[in-house]
Design a protein around this ligand. Structure first.
Ligand SMILES: Nc1ncnc2c1ncn2[C@@H]1O[C@H](COP(=O)(O)OP(=O)(O)OP(=O)(O)O)[C@@H](O)[C@H]1O
Length: 316
């Protein structure tokens, strides 16, 4: 397995604030890696370090096996920040032409690269438009083209989907898949898990500067299976206390909680997904004890709920 990006005990302090706390992450070559965490988790700090723009306080970064230096980062990484930095009154082609020239491209090679990139991000028809007149989705794609001018094998995209409407998000996802098929490794960040989950091959969830869960999408989904829950509705308020006591005694039950706005609605979290027969036994026990159950439904935690649970746990 070739790793495109590896961080080893990466630590970063802003004065007293520990933004990254011995962060270990591994991104395999040729994959789309979703780097997910709530606001302030440390995503931008990590991406800026990996892009060679910020010196870490401690720890190590390797890019395709090479130790990170400003030069390696410049050669191997294309970075798209979470803000759109443009010079007004530039046309789309001039914008790319400018950055391609910064990388030393000239003449027919320069024209070829600009044309190919405009084609790739589907902006050929907008080549003469002023950049400030582009939609948010188009600006995002233009920024992506900018990050690609020197044809880097690794792309770091900070919050690429933020502010995009559903159609622009679909277009972005398609573009990311095309780039992966071209052999690029893509690491992208988001604080909204569902924005990214379906396009990612692997996911890392960061909170308070630490990795709280990482792995292939299949491995993360495996974790989801342990987050099965049941919702039980009790018909009489008087029965709620007894129902909670009975449920808490069950070995397969991890927690039981009442919904604050609706105390007769209980959420049961299981240690592992219960079988149908285990659910039936649980229900029979409640009814046998005289608890009037009006609803019983089981379901698996979705990715968003898993994310919230993991990041809340880490905050405790
Ligand atoms: N230049 C800075 N000086 C001081 N503190 C900073 C600086 N940049 C970031 N921080 C702090 O470091 C922590 C991590 O910030 P970072 O921007 O890396 O998080 P993030 O996950 O990208 O958040 P967001 O999703 O809000 O962009 C936060 O507590 C933030 O306030």
């Amino acid at each position: 397995m070739t790793l495109a990006i590896e961080t080893i005990d990466l630590t970063h302090r802003y004065k007293k604030l520990i933004a990254l706390d011995r962060l270990n992450l591994q991104v395999e070559q040729g994959c789309i890696y979703g780097f997910i965490g709530p606001n302030g988790a440390g995503k931008t700090t990590t991406l800026r370090i990996v892009a060679g723009l910020l010196q870490p306080t401690k720890g190590e970064v390797r890019l395709l096996g090479e130790r990170l230096t400003t030069r390696t980062a410049q050669r191997l990484v294309g970075y798209m920040p979470d803000f759109f930095g443009v010079y007004d009154d530039l046309r789309v082609w001039e914008y790319l032409d400018f950055f391609a020239r910064c990388y030393g491209l000239r003449g027919s090679r320069l024209r070829q690269v600009v044309n190919e990139l405009l084609d790739l991000v589907d902006l050929s028809e907008k080549r003469h438009a002023f950049v400030q007149t582009l939609s948010r989705g188009m600006q995002q794609r233009l920024c992506l083209a900018h990050a690609l001018v020197h044809d880097p094998p690794i792309l770091l995209l900070d919050e690429p989907a933020s502010g995009l409407d559903p159609r622009a998000r679909v277009e972005l996802r398609e573009l990311l898949r095309t780039l992966r098929d071209m052999g690029k490794t893509i690491m992208l960040s988001s604080h909204i898990l569902s924005e990214l989950a379906e396009v990612c091959d692997a996911i890392g969830i960061i909170d308070h500067g630490r990795m709280v869960l990482s792995g292939s999408l299949a491995e993360v989904q495996q974790q989801l299976a342990t987050g099965s829950r049941a919702r039980i509705r009790i018909a009489r308020t008087d029965d709620v206390g007894l129902a909670m006591t009975l449920l808490q005694r069950q070995s397969l039950v991890r927690t039981v909680s009442a919904t604050p706005a609706d105390p007769r609605s209980l959420t049961v979290e299981f240690n592992e997904p219960p079988s149908e027969i285990q659910c039936a036994v649980l229900l029979a026990e409640l009814i046998g004890a005289g608890v009037a159950v009006s609803e019983f439904s089981t379901r698996s935690e979705n990715l968003e709920e898993l994310f919230l649970r993991l990041t809340t746990q880490a905050a405790k």
